[in-house]
Design a protein. Structure first.
Length: 286
């Protein structure tokens, strides 16, 4: 009996070690995920890189592996969906600013807030929100906070800030009535891309009239089951399908990035970090 018990403990230890090693691998490596999105609202096409939820992670010194991967893609624009930094008990930022500087020197970069950036407004982390925003704008990055920017080709990019209550644990209600309309003007004749950090409000995003919504926040579900089901989100939603991938609702597409980092729950299983590439394919020119 003792031998059987010892073998069970030994197998359990080996299994746990294997899972921990796999989780470490998935946190320190990333994969490219490509999405093709057709639209008749633009001519030609746009290649977009979408970054989200880096959480001060680093892939090689100064994120050189991430930069090299982006250079190979050679995007027309980089959209940044928030939570690049970690603002919890302390501020994690040292791996973020060198990356953003390198990228902004080469590419058009547009940045929208996640809940971690918005925490900087609490002014207790050694760097205030307005100062962080100014640092990025001085790099030439367009910083969207409940605001929008036209980028030509009939494309408009919007950045929506979600109030703190929408990030509370187990929150499942829709946005307040008129929430998006009060903050953003959506001209439906344009191709509208909305960066809204949480994917939870997909029905509200669809009602707003945008064509494409880019989200993150849920880190791919931490441990991902078959059919794209996430075991747990940072807001303690369990067995959720809105954690990663491309979702369609009516005429709107929502793309949820699994993110490039973690923070409080440093686990990824069947949930490798992602660098998202979106190919907008418009009408062919006459």
């Amino acid at each position: 009996m003792k031998n059987i018990f010892s073998k069970i403990i030994g197998l359990g230890a080996v299994g746990c070690s294997a899972l921990l090693l796999r989780s470490f691998y998935e946190r320190k490596k990333f994969k490219l995920v490509h999405y093709n999105i057709p639209t008749d609202k633009i001519k030609g096409g746009k290649k977009i890189v979408f970054l989200t939820d880096l959480h001060n992670n680093s892939f090689g010194k100064n994120n050189i592996k991430l930069i090299e991967a982006i250079d190979k893609i050679s995007p027309d624009i980089i959209l940044i969906g928030g939570d690049m930094i970690t603002v919890k008990s302390k501020l994690g930022i040292e791996n973020v600013l060198p990356l953003l500087k390198r990228l902004s020197d080469k590419y058009t970069c547009i940045y929208a807030n996640g809940n971690h950036e918005q925490r900087l407004s609490e002014n207790k982390f050694g760097l205030g929100y307005n100062r962080y925003k100014q640092i990025l704008e001085d790099m030439g990055i367009v910083y969207l906070s409940d605001s929008s920017v036209d980028i030509g080709e009939n494309i408009c990019i919007h950045g929506l800030d979600l109030e703190k209550k929408y990030y509370l644990r187990r929150f499942k209600k829709p946005l307040d009535i008129g929430y998006i309309k009060e903050r953003l003007h959506i001209d439906r004749s344009h191709y509208n891309i909305l960066m809204a950090h949480s994917p939870l409000f997909i029905k509200d995003y669809k009602k707003s009239g945008v064509d494409l919504t880019l989200c993150g926040h849920f880190h791919g579900g931490t441990i991902r089951l078959p059919a794209g089901i996430g075991v747990m989100t940072p807001q303690f939603h369990f067995f959720n399908r809105l954690v990663v991938g491309m979702k369609r609702l009516g005429n709107m597409t929502e793309i949820i990035g699994a993110g490039l980092g973690t923070h409080s729950i440093n686990i990824r299983l069947n949930d490798m970090s992602e660098l998202v590439v979106i190919n907008l394919k418009g009408r062919k020119r006459a």
